[in-house]
Design a protein around this ligand. Structure first.
Ligand code: ADP
Length: 490
């Protein structure tokens, strides 16, 4: 039975494993921060549930208040675990942190699947139990990625007869590559779920493993992913990460809604981390000031006429780094500088450090996670490289455009949906793009972008100003989510 009148705000519980500014390892953290805020502005009531990791900075922990605690059974043999609820409010959004020392007292959110499976089985079940405990009945439970994949399954099974069981569920795929797989016995033990769910339509994979994401996708009322193109791609062999047949089977409930960015957090007009803030009106004068400050900070030759390429990324093969590696020396010339900010796979970290030593004053490999430097690169670089092998949505190209930095991207997933290809004949477009996953195509594309920058600055400047004016906010997509919530709530 529908609980709400049409005029009542829709109540949505977000359940996910990370959320800026408490914990962020990638785009999921940005979305968990920005989308609830955008929904709030559209008269939606939002609560965000996430684990209370030990690594959450003290200043946020100090703002939390204890909302209660209880014991919850979890495993096949009925072991009981403590569930604490710590709560904080920030700008109208309520955050409930699920506390349990045994699972969350050891550093980073993700430490390896063997430990992560129990951690997120506990989290998924505890989040639903917490909603019941708080007597907050959502219309929709919006789950994010495999870490919350069990939520739709618990909702329709163990929690079906409880108050929260009336809610509808949405599972959003932010990255299909990560799925939460383990042996059937490990999964059965930790989920405590009945045997009948361990079949090939729900948990089991062709390799006779159990897959949390697969089960969640089967049980969710709706499945969304973060761009229309990725929603299509994941139904194919190449992008489907071995779940393509499963997704194709469930295609009637699958759709894509493109991510936005928080335009208050990412605002070159007010950004305190920049040497010179700027808008569309003075970007052409102020961007070079930021570029010189960045060159100075990173030990590059201070020269505003250089073509500066930025790369801000997790260092993993997903991000097309093999293509960059294949063309790096051919891409470099005296007019070019490259700034890399990222951490990840040691082989890429080593490769970029190597290029830094080969091209002193021209290449900087900053192998760290550094929010403030990220802002300065978005403001100072001329172009941002995102030649991904696959990219569900991608946020860096959106942030880049907002800062008047021209994206150089491969046409895949959200990159294809958000960056219109530059057309030399008409001058239209937002960036430089290529289709096949090919190093030569990337090289041609980088060279074309550099040629426009160095030899046709008027055309370049028009792209810069156009990109800054492009709407990359959440407003439109938040409205699409709201429509989906309303349709489900009815
Ligand atoms: P993904 O989620 O696949 O990592 P996205 O493009 O969706 O990629 O989001 C990446 C987010 O993480 C962006 O906000 C980007 O600025 C940020 N980011 C990535 N690497 C770093 C880093 N080393 N330092 C600071 N911010 C980073």
């Amino acid at each position: 039975m529908a609980k709400n009148n049409h005029s009542d705000p829709v109540r949505v519980a977000f359940i996910g494993s990370e959320c800026y500014p408490f914990v962020k390892t990638g785009g999921l953290g940005d979305v968990m921060y920005a989308l609830p805020r955008a929904l709030l502005r559209q008269n939606c009531q939002v609560r965000v549930l996430m684990p209370c990791y030990a690594c959450i900075p003290e200043k946020y922990k100090k703002q939390m208040v204890h909302r209660g605690s209880f014991m919850m059974d979890l495993t096949q043999d009925g072991r009981e675990f403590f569930v604490g609820i710590m709560e904080a409010e920030m700008d109208g959004v309520i955050y409930d942190f699920i506390e349990n020392r045994e699972f969350y007292d050891w550093g980073n959110p993700y430490t390896g699947l063997w430990e992560d499976i129990p951690k997120y089985c506990f989290f998924s079940k505890a989040a639903l139990a917490a909603l019941n405990y708080l007597e907050w009945e959502p219309d929709v439970i919006h789950c994010h990625d495999w870490q919350a994949g069990l939520v739709p399954v618990y909702l329709r099974t163990l929690f079906a007869p409880t108050p929260v069981g009336r809610a509808k569920s949405i599972l959003t795929i932010h990255n299909l590559r990560f799925q939460g797989m383990c042996s059937i016995s490990h999964m059965k033990y930790w989920t405590g779920l009945p045997d009948y769910l361990f079949n090939y339509d729900v948990f089991l994979t062709g390799d006779n493993e159990a897959n949390m994401f697969k089960a969640g996708l089967a049980y969710a009322d709706r499945v969304t992913t973060v761009s229309a193109t990725y929603a299509q791609e994941i139904q194919t062999d190449f992008y489907g990460e071995r779940l393509n047949a499963h997704l194709w089977y469930h295609r009637a409930k699958l759709s894509g809604i493109v991510n936005g960015i928080d335009v208050d957090l990412w605002n070159s007009r007010t950004d305190k981390l920049l040497t010179a803030d700027y808008s569309e009106k003075d970007v052409l004068e102020k961007k070079p000031v930021n570029k010189e400050a960045l060159q100075e900070r990173l030990g590059l030759k201070v020269d505003r006429s250089k073509y500066m390429l930025g790369l801000i990324s997790r260092l993993t093969d997903q991000k097309g780094l093999d293509l960059i590696n294949a063309i790096f020396t051919r891409m470099m010339d005296d007019d070019t500088q490259v700034v890399i900010l990222g951490t990840g796979d040691p082989r890429y970290e080593a490769a970029f450090r190597h290029y830094e030593s080969v091209y002193p004053g021209q290449v900087c490999a900053y192998i760290r996670y550094d929010e403030s430097l990220a802002h300065q690169i978005y403001a100072g670089a001329d172009a941002l490289l995102v030649p991904s092998l696959f990219e569900p949505c991608g946020l860096t190209q959106l942030i880049a455009m907002r800062y008047g930095t021209v994206p150089v991207v491969r046409e895949t997933g959200g990159l294809k949906d958000t960056v219109a290809k530059y057309d030399p004949d008409t001058g239209d477009g937002n960036g430089f793009t290529f289709d096949d996953y090919s190093a030569d195509l990337l090289l041609d594309t980088v060279k074309l972008s550099r040629k426009v920058y160095l030899q046709d600055r008027d055309a370049w400047d028009r792209i810069v100003v156009r990109d800054m004016g492009k709407d990359v906010s959440w407003e439109h997509s938040a409205r699409e989510y709201l429509d989906l919530y309303k349709a489900l709530a009815e």
